[in-house]
Design a protein around this ligand. Structure first.
Ligand SMILES: *[C@@H]1O[C@H](CO)[C@@H](O)[C@H](O)[C@H]1NC(C)=O
Ligand SMILES: *[C@@H]1O[C@H](CO)[C@@H](O)[C@H](O)[C@H]1NC(C)=O
Ligand SMILES: *[C@@H]1O[C@H](CO)[C@@H](O)[C@H](O)[C@H]1NC(C)=O
Ligand SMILES: *[C@@H]1O[C@H](CO)[C@@H](O)[C@H](O)[C@H]1NC(C)=O
Ligand SMILES: *[C@@H]1O[C@H](CO)[C@@H](O)[C@H](O)[C@H]1NC(C)=O
Ligand SMILES: *[C@@H]1O[C@H](CO)[C@@H](O)[C@H](O)[C@H]1NC(C)=O
Ligand SMILES: [Zn+2]
Length: 472
């Protein structure tokens, strides 16, 4: 679970910690020879067709319309719900109707967490309802209402210093937001840290740089051997209110009621479809996003957009009659939000095939205006190939390659040696909506989705059309 949380943090560094690639290296690289360059140039002709078809042609607006139909129909898709399974069935039907190869669901066991009713209010110094969302895997309040004072801390260090004040109280984490990766620690392990000192529940400031009184949920994990206490996200506004009151020496008293609980384990499915390779069907280029979401909003951004471009990339290639040499496989993961569950099952069941996976691509940090892709491969020839392929995306200004490991689901494939790639896009506003009721179709933009679809179709097709797998 700890590892899972750590990997989730990595998602955030996209486009921030990227290492710039110096393409001069490629000029003097014997493996990056004339034939390889000519092959990429030939593929680039098809790439232009893809871009034109998606951005200006018959495909224009299709990704947005399909995604809107999907999220408006199903809404949020928490793993373990019948609703997610219905949404998966819908996708499987759609993929079959479009005539893709090898369309099937791959079942896996999943944890089932239910939220139930939940509410909280400040009792004193005045009565005020609190806008909350319980955190994933949280326990509830056992049918009772918990009432008590709050202790407000900014950091784990402060909690430790003031540990003798915590017993029987609510701990409020009012951290300064310093980027998702750092701040999400309070959501991830705040409850257990507080429980160690006898707290009755943890109220965690939502992990977002911008709030309009919106709570943002997400996964948290209990440390073993520590009593499980309710873990709740509160709004930035309420966390700061508590912080100001506490600083003035005002006693704050709150109540919390939660029905959250774990149910018996369930099953869900990864949604798989392919365009079979003409020459090397056992070699695979994988494109992916996750179909599950939190149980709030519509999961349009996280990760409806990423899942839909990973379906539509194949649709576009098929509709244009392009035939890649190796197999292009789309996987719409399940159970990402509750701990990257689907991909772990996939990595285990397909372990013996991973040496033949050329690249694993993932889109899970928004489908805003794309500027290229990241690449985790360390072989210089492979980097030169990816960089050269991206040059063909000049008409949509998405030619940038950043080096480094970005991902969340694909971490489990990268760990097995598969080069990974994420969609780099202008996701500055991503965490405004992330895991909140604000994650709806209103965040998505039709033209931006077309651009992302074009990047995804063009690059995945190019990697699948090369003579050889990307060298490792
Ligand atoms: C590139 O395309 C040309 C024209 O179709 C063809 O003659 C040539 O063999 C191709 N080169 C490679 C490396 O695929
Ligand atoms: C609820 O009851 C369970 C089982 O008795 C206990 O482990 C847990 O600590 C209780 N939770 C709260 C919030 O009181
Ligand atoms: C909190 O407020 C409630 C309602 O005003 C009161 O009954 C209770 O005694 C208070 N608890 C503490 C621990 O201050
Ligand atoms: C914790 O206590 C130590 C010793 O009193 C102090 O130096 C430090 O600044 C405190 N840290 C926080 C975060 O309160
Ligand atoms: C193209 O992308 C670069 C960064 O990737 C950006 O600085 C530039 O403004 C973009 N140009 C246009 C015309 O959008
Ligand atoms: C990278 O791949 C090329 C082509 O397969 C190979 O010749 C080269 O040795 C690899 N480089 C490294 C550093 O592994
Ligand atoms: Zn996601």
């Amino acid at each position: 679970m700890k590892q899972i949380l750590l990997t989730t943090f990595l998602v955030i560094t996209v486009g921030v910690n990227c290492i710039e690639f110096d393409a001069k290296i490629c000029d003097s690289l014997p493996q990056f020879d004339g034939r390889l360059r000519e092959r990429i140039a030939n593929i680039s002709t098809d790439v232009q067709k893809i871009i034109d078809y998606v951005v200006n042609g018959a495909d224009r607006g299709v990704t947005y319309n399909e995604l809107a139909k999907f999220v408006d129909t199903f809404g949020s898709r928490l793993v373990g719900t019948k609703n997610l399974e219905n949404a998966i069935d819908y996708m499987l039907d759609l993929l079959k109707t479009e005539g893709h190869d090898n369309v099937h669901g791959e079942p896996c066991a999943v944890p089932v967490w239910t939220r139930g009713k939940e509410w909280a209010q400040m009792n004193s110094p005045r009565v005020k309802p609190l806008n909350i969302l319980g955190l994933g895997y949280s326990v509830g309040t056992n049918g009772t209402v918990l009432t008590g004072e709050v202790v407000v801390v900014k950091t784990f260090d402060e909690l430790k210093n003031r540990s003798n004040e915590v017993k029987g109280k609510f701990v409020v984490y009012n951290f300064d937001f310093k980027g998702y990766g750092e701040s999400v620690e309070y959501r991830g392990r705040g409850a257990s840290e507080a429980a160690k000192y006898g707290a009755i529940a943890a109220l965690v400031r939502s992990v977002t740089p911008l709030s309009i009184n919106s709570p943002h949920t997400g996964m948290q994990s209990y440390a073993s051997g520590v009593v499980k206490i309710p873990a709740v996200s509160i709004t930035v506004e309420d966390a700061e209110l508590f912080g100001r009151l506490a600083a003035r020496g005002v006693k704050v008293n709150v109540s919390l009621y939660m029905e959250a609980r774990m149910e018996a384990e369930g099953t869900s499915r990864n949604t798989v479809s392919e365009i079979k390779g003409t020459d090397k069907p056992d070699e695979v280029v994988l494109v992916s996003g996750h179909l599950d979401s939190w149980d709030v909003g519509q999961g349009a951004m996280d990760d409806g957009g990423g899942a839909f471009i990973s379906w539509r990339a194949l649709s576009v290639i098929k509709k244009l009659g392009l035939k890649p040499k190796r197999t292009l496989r789309s996987v719409l993961w399940t159970g990402e939000e509750m701990g990257l569950i689907g991909v772990q099952n996939y990595a285990k069941e397909h372990a013996s095939e991973l040496s033949k996976m050329s690249i694993a691509m993932e889109s899970d940090i928004g489908t805003f205006t794309p500027f290229g892709i990241s690449f985790s491969g360390t072989n210089t020839t492979a980097q030169c190939i990816v960089n050269e392929v991206l040059k063909a995306l000049n008409p949509i200004n998405a030619t940038h390659m950043s080096l480094g490991k970005d991902g969340s689901d694909i971490d489990f494939l990268m760990a097995a040696g598969v080069p990974g790639s994420s969609l780099d896009n202008r996701h500055e506003t991503y965490f405004y909506y992330h895991h909140s009721n604000g994650d709806t179709m209103t965040v998505e933009d039709s033209h931006q989705l077309d651009l992302c679809t074009a990047v995804w179709a063009a690059t995945s097709y190019a990697f699948a059309a090369l003579d050889d797998m990307l060298p490792r």
